[in-house]
Design a protein around this ligand. Structure first.
Ligand SMILES: [Zn+2]
Length: 443
């Protein structure tokens, strides 16, 4: 049978069933979809493909899903570090954004972020940033997959002046990408402390109508909880519950400082959570009870958060951090085993974004978002269990090839649709401009 692509690998971790590792298996891909996952000798008999890859000592995994980021902030990476969230935001990030955020900034920053993500095995990301139209077009041009956040905040930014304009422009962006194969949208009200009740309610109504997720930071810090108690008399999650926002369309990012009954509320509503361990650690925001949330039945995905608070977009590293921090928080070394953490970084993310029928595991019928990781390097020898190595020992430099919907976007670590030289040149122009302004005490 003549098909498009055939990939033979030493190991395949399909993601479903959980924890399965298949030795010497192959992926047969046609029209962007996985036709079959089968033993290599059978694949050789059954299929012929113009693109045939013999990947010895490689591991195939589903494309990683970064379920929370602010991609364009790659251009602000390392601008301000070692600060608590509110100081970092108010004194550094928001002033820099007021000064610099533009179509050009978002285009260049999103490209820089996508290049980094593809080179670390991420094929899909859930973004929240200004000029989502520009980000969406950059994603489409690169052939990557993303859910682009239609951002809403109470204050004016270069993207919009007020809630009306944020929602109006958001709806226009939604229309631009309606039925796009790779780019989807979600409403993205920034956080309970930065969006008032009225725009939150409108967001919820519109999200229901369009059947898209609501992507929002919730319970990031203790300060946020204190502020909510002062201004609204209830904790942030309770406020969202009263606004009827805690539902299967809620993608709640961070979820630190939760109480037991709040975990139950999320579980019973079928809401999704996104854990961003490195951002939580770096900003010392607080701990997320990932193990308890998972046991209660909350679908927990994984994100890096923006590259200015992490400071990378490396989901391979984020998996290791999530596993280790999760064990410490649960006080249990058996909590968050490698298989569960990989699921957080793949299928659970797809589920949160409502696209788990299409991506998130290597299964016949799904779109072929696939990553080949080279296990033959010094750092991962010998190989007893490739799943263990993937989470506990692999570096992102071992990501060798990446496909999105059957199209190869990374070949031998070289990007095929993004221009590395131009991305570097733009980043190197932005850096000195932004730094000069910041040290002059902008905005
Ligand atoms: Zn964030």
């Amino acid at each position: 049978l003549e098909i498009d692509t055939l990939i033979h690998a030493d190991w395949v971790i399909p993601g479903e069933p959980l924890g399965a590792v298949m030795a010497r298996h192959s992926l047969a891909i046609a029209d962007g979809r996985i036709l079959e996952v089968l033993p290599t000798p059978e694949a050789r008999e059954k299929y012929r493909a113009p693109h045939t890859h013999q990947l010895d000592r490689h591991l195939l995994i589903p494309g990683l899903v970064n379920t929370h980021t602010h991609a364009a902030m790659a251009l602000l990476r390392g601008l301000a570090d070692d600060l608590p969230l509110m100081t970092w935001l108010h004194d550094h990030i928001w002033p820099a954004e007021q000064r610099w955020v533009s179509e050009e900034f978002v285009h260049d920053g999103t490209q820089l972020a996508m290049a980094e993500m593809l080179r670390s095995g991420t094929t899909c990301f859930n973004d929240m940033y200004f000029f989502p139209d520009v980000a969406g077009r950059a994603v489409a041009a690169a052939g990557m997959r993303a859910t682009i956040g239609l951002i809403v905040v109470d204050f004016p930014t270069p993207w919009a002046e007020n809630a009306d304009e944020y929602l109006h422009r958001g709806l226009e962006v939604h229309d631009q990408f309606r039925n796009h194969a790779l780019v989807r949208t979600a409403f993205a009200p920034h956080a309970p402390y930065s969006v008032s009740d009225e725009p939150l309610e409108r967001t919820r109504t519109l999200a229901d109508e369009l059947d898209i997720p609501i992507h929002i930071h919730v319970h990031e810090t203790r300060d946020e909880i204190m502020l909510s108690l002062q201004h609204h008399g209830v904790r942030p999650l309770e406020r969202l519950r009263k606004l009827d926002m805690v539902s299967p369309s809620l993608v709640a990012v961070h979820l630190t400082h939760l109480e037991e009954d709040e975990i139950q509320v999320l579980a019973e509503a079928g809401a999704h959570g996104v854990h961003c361990p490195e951002s939580n650690l770096k900003l010392t925001s607080g701990l997320c009870q990932v193990d308890l949330l998972g046991r209660a039945g909350v679908n927990m995905a994984l994100g890096t958060d923006g590259p200015a608070s992490n400071n990378d977009l490396n989901l391979i590293g984020e998996m290791r951090t999530a596993a280790m921090l999760g064990k410490l928080v649960a006080d249990d070394p058996s909590a968050l085993p490698a298989a569960q953490v990989l699921s957080m970084a793949t299928l659970n993310g797809a589920r949160a974004l409502g696209i788990d029928e299409r991506i998130g595991s290597l299964k016949a019928g799904k779109e072929a978002d696939v990553v080949a990781v080279h296990m033959g390097e010094i750092e991962t020898q010998p190989v007893y269990d490739p799943l263990s190595h993937l989470v506990y020992a692999t570096g992102r430099h071992q990501v060798r090839h990446v496909w999105v919907s059957g199209r190869q976007l990374l070949r031998d670590r070289q990007l095929t649709t993004l221009d590395t030289e131009s991305i570097l040149a733009h980043a190197q122009e932005w850096g000195p401009r932004i730094r000069a302004h910041a040290s002059a005490g902008g905005p």
